[in-house]
Design a protein around this ligand. Structure first.
Ligand code: TRP
Length: 858
């Protein structure tokens, strides 16, 4: 491929300055180089056109060891150029628009690169030959330029045109950078500003909940500004941009490696279940090598989000791309109808334009054969019935032109402005002193004035430019789906209308979308209910760990940021997803409760049995001698002692709480009082033997009963005072264990509680003291000994009880107290009565008065 035009795409360093130079010795202008336009037609007014008819896949080598890089012919851009020609023809034939004037055009190839674009701009400005009306012969006949495609090229072109104040209308440069009117005063465009596209993209990402996306951009203004804009739009949304890579022309392989290496490194996330969403701001030319390498790696399942630059790139519509690119989604610019475009394109063949080398290239690209011989390529000669190559089939498909439609609108915009300029009424013009432009000598800046204000409709669509030269924001959402023949079809699945109110701009028909694979793209999986997100320090908010909620806290939705504390009476379930009422614990009839009940009932029964035995044998000496009435009292009160243990078991209620300590303390007081009475009697009985010291007459049965009654009454008074002043009541203790409510009896007044216990202690102490004094009195059956012993046991039990009681919580304290009651009752029962029962039942021979007072002859 060394046709003159492809050579045009390779630039030599010397060509960087392509000025017309006046050589001293010569009196005529000489062009530095010949710039053949791709297409040209004369007319009253000339329009320049710049299209990327070729593209480089590698960056041209700028050092002196120059080797022209391979260039590719771009049928898509060729169609845009043809559209310009068609439109100019259409306008020239239109009797209403510019009736007495014709338009001409000069179309140049920018080779899709800023440097070559710069040369195209200079070529447009210059004349074609030295003899023509070039720069040398007066004012530039050029009124406006339709171009360029890529923003990077448009920037260069616009800078070159600026000093000449020639307006340019771009059909594809969407970079947000052009809004700077200071820098690009003559720039207009018929494509929406990328600010709208990134806004739409951000909404799309949020809509599909793609919170972890990769970004790839080409190394140019378009990519830079778009990425910047997208990041700005994503701020404050839940979407994070994971990887940002730019893929520069030259080192696309490196960029790919960084990207792929990353994919492989962060492997688990991306390679396994979660497909990754990658947004690409790039054009098809520079994407081709990148895609080739990507396909070699055989990675699939990535959801590509395409920018408008490549979302309808027919180069990728071949079936080989489907496994890698199928499902791609992105925003495409508005389509429109261009009358006669299909026919016109069909008519343009190398046989009709044999002298145009581009035609030859078109044929080579479309059909893979050379239309005329001799050809520079090694391709075979065309036979005439070749079929379209799959990848170029879309060239012929003119059903929904997008960029071509922009070209159509751009040319019409110039024509309408020019038309308006001619309609100017002298004295009502826009220029100095309300003057109009001279129709014979129109300056491009005068046309600019009209362009700024032009307003017209094409096929019902209104075209105009705002103050910044921008046009109306509207996009179609395009989805890449498999066509009938296995190729990729660009199917519209929704739209973005920037003129609608915020929130209503995006319309997506989700049922029409065909996806690449899975649509999950997240850095971390969402946190299940029962856990909360914990953002990793120094990482993006989309990457987090899930921490289970603490006990007592719950989260009932996915992705909770916090775990909620349960209300007071509630606690978290084991999954930490719901609050459930706290377990209420008390000394119930479970194992401990039942054991206690059984013991107390057994104890009570034993006591009653002893009572029955005693009653039955009440006339035997052992009972008669030992004050039988007091023994019966003791046994009765012991039975009550055993039974009062039952009030401690079961759910505490107002009544059971009040009964607990009062019943217990009164029965115990009664019991100890009886024992005390007995001790006193024993002591008195023995002192009675001494002369003049007859205490016995002071201790008759009446007095004994009085003593018992009074000493029990004291306890009763304390209890009544307690119940009146601060009665014990049920209490839900939540402090001891946070996950449970312990239902216990609060003492109401601990002073009263300790008084009650203290009083029993006092009685027991007194009893012990007296019994201790009487322990050595003679007699085989001296009761003082057993009383001492039993009170000792009683005291031991209750002394041990105090620390155990204080340190155990609610229900356990009750159990401890019950055990103490039972243990001390058993102590008393066993010590006081078992020896007597033994003698009564098993040794009746010892049940004699003699034996008992120790005067037994044996
Ligand atoms: N809208 C893009 C731009 O403004 C379209 C484009 C055309 C492009 N040619 C390109 C983007 C080449 C990147 C590279 O630039």
């Amino acid at each position: 491929m060394t046709s003159p035009l492809t050579l045009f795409c390779s630039f030599y360093p010397v060509l960087a300055v392509t000025f017309v130079s006046l050589v001293h010795s010569e009196t005529f202008c000489r062009l530095q180089n010949h710039f053949e336009p791709a297409f040209m037609a004369q007319g009253d007014f000339l329009l320049g056109g710049i299209f990327p008819l070729h593209y480089n896949q590698e960056m041209p080598d700028l050092n002196s060891t120059y080797r022209p890089p391979p260039v590719n012919f771009d049928p898509r851009a060729f169609r845009w150029a043809l559209t310009m020609i068609l439109t100019v023809d259409e306008i020239n034939q239109n009797k209403e628009l510019l009736p007495n004037h014709t338009l001409g055009y000069k179309i140049f190839d920018s080779c899709a690169y800023p440097l070559t674009g710069q040369r195209a701009a200079l070529a447009v400005l210059n004349g074609v030959t030295e003899e023509g009306h070039g720069v040398c012969s007066g004012a530039s006949p050029l009124l406006a330029i339709i171009g360029e495609s890529g923003s990077a090229q448009s920037i260069v072109v616009s800078r070159i045109l600026r000093p000449f104040r020639i307006p340019m209308i771009s059909y594809f440069s969407s970079c947000a950078c052009f809004t700077d009117r200071q820098k690009y005063p003559t720039f207009f465009r018929v494509i929406p500003n990328d600010d709208y596209q990134v806004k739409a993209l951000a909404q799309l990402l949020v809509h599909f909940n793609w919170t972890w996306v990769g970004l790839i951009r080409g190394d140019h203004e378009y990519g830079r500004f778009a990425v910047q804009g997208l990041l700005r739009e994503l701020q404050g949304t839940k979407v994070c941009v994971g990887d940002k890579y730019f893929q520069s022309f030259k080192n696309s392989i490196d960029a790919l490696c960084i990207y792929l290496c990353h994919i492989i490194l962060s492997g688990l996330v991306i390679r396994t279940s979660q497909a990754k969403v990658v947004v690409v701001f790039s054009a098809e030319g520079e994407m081709t090598p990148f895609l080739r390498d990507y396909m070699e790696q055989n990675i699939t399942g990535i959801q590509w989000v395409a920018s408008e630059a490549w979302v309808t790139a027919s180069v990728f519509s071949g079936s080989v791309y489907y496994p890698y690119l199928g499902g791609t989604i992105g925003f495409g610019i508005k389509t429109g109808y261009i009358p006669g475009l299909g026919d016109f394109i069909q008519r343009v063949t190398p046989y009709v334009y044999p002298s145009n080398p581009l035609m030859q290239e078109l044929w080579e690209a479309l059909y893979g054969c050379a239309p005329v011989s001799p050809s520079d390529s090694d391709l075979p000669l065309c036979s005439g019935d070749e079929t379209l190559l799959e990848k170029h089939a879309a060239y012929m498909n003119t059903s929904s032109p997008r960029v071509a439609y922009n070209v159509y609108k751009a040319v019409y915009a110039v024509a309408h402005s020019l038309h308006n300029l001619f309609l100017c009424q002298p004295g009502a013009g826009p220029f100095e002193n309300n003057s109009c432009a001279q129709s014979t000598n129109i300056h491009p800046w005068q046309l600019q004035q009209y362009l700024q204000e032009v307003q017209f409709t094409i096929n019902g669509e209104e075209v105009n430019f705002d103050l910044k030269g921008d046009s109306i924001p509207y996009y179609d959402i395009i989805n890449w789906q498999r066509g009938a023949s296995g190729n990729i079809e660009f199917v519209p699945v929704g739209l973005f209308d920037g003129t609608k109110a915020a929130g209503q701009e995006l319309v997506i028909k989700e049922d029409r979308i065909v996806w690449a694979g899975h649509q999950m793209s997240v850095c971390s999986d969402s946190c299940a209910p029962g856990s909360r997100k914990a953002v990793r320090r120094g990482e993006l908010v989309c990457c987090f760990d899930c921490v289970p909620c603490d006990s007592g806290k719950i989260s009932n939705e996915t992705d909770s940021i916090e775990c909620r504390e349960c209300p007071e009476d509630f606690w978290s379930n084991s999954d930490r997803t719901a609050c459930i009422p706290k377990e209420v614990e008390f000394l119930a009839y479970d194992t401990v409760g039942i054991v206690l009940t059984v013991i107390s009932v057994v104890g009570a029964c034993l006591t009653i049995a002893v009572l029955v035995i005693f009653f039955y044998h009440r006339n035997t000496p052992i009972i008669r001698m030992n004050n039988s009435e007091l023994s019966f009292f003791i046994l009765l009160s012991l039975t009550l002692c055993f039974l009062c243990c039952l009030v401690f078991i079961g759910e505490p209620t107002a009544w059971s709480c009040m009964l607990r300590h009062t019943v217990f303390s009164i029965t115990f007081s009664l019991c100890i009082s009886c024992i005390l009475g007995k001790t006193l009697v024993v002591l008195a009985a023995f002192t009675a033997t001494r002369p003049g010291n007859n205490l016995m007459k002071w201790l008759g049965p009446k007095q004994q009963r009085a003593i018992i009654f009074i000493s029990t009454l004291v306890q009763v008074v304390i209890c009544v005072a307690w119940l009146i002043d601060a009665p014990p009541h049920p209490f839900r203790n939540m402090e001891y264990e946070r996950s449970k409510i312990i239902l216990e009896c609060s003492n109401g007044s601990s002073l009263a509680f300790w008084c009650v216990l203290g009083y029993i202690g006092l009685q027991a102490g007194l009893c012990f003291l007296l019994a201790f004094l009487a322990r050595n009195l003679p007699g085989n059956f001296n009761e003082a000994k057993v009383i001492t012993f039993s009170i000792l046991i009683f005291c031991a039990v209750w002394l041990a009880f105090i620390p155990a009681y204080i340190s155990s919580p609610g229900n356990y304290a009750d159990a401890v107290e019950s055990f103490a009651i039972l243990a001390s009752s058993f102590g008393l029962l066993l010590c006081l009565f078992v020896p007597k029962c033994y003698i009564i039942l098993l040794k009746p021979e010892k049940n004699t008065k003699q034996h008992l007072i120790g005067k037994d002859k044996k």
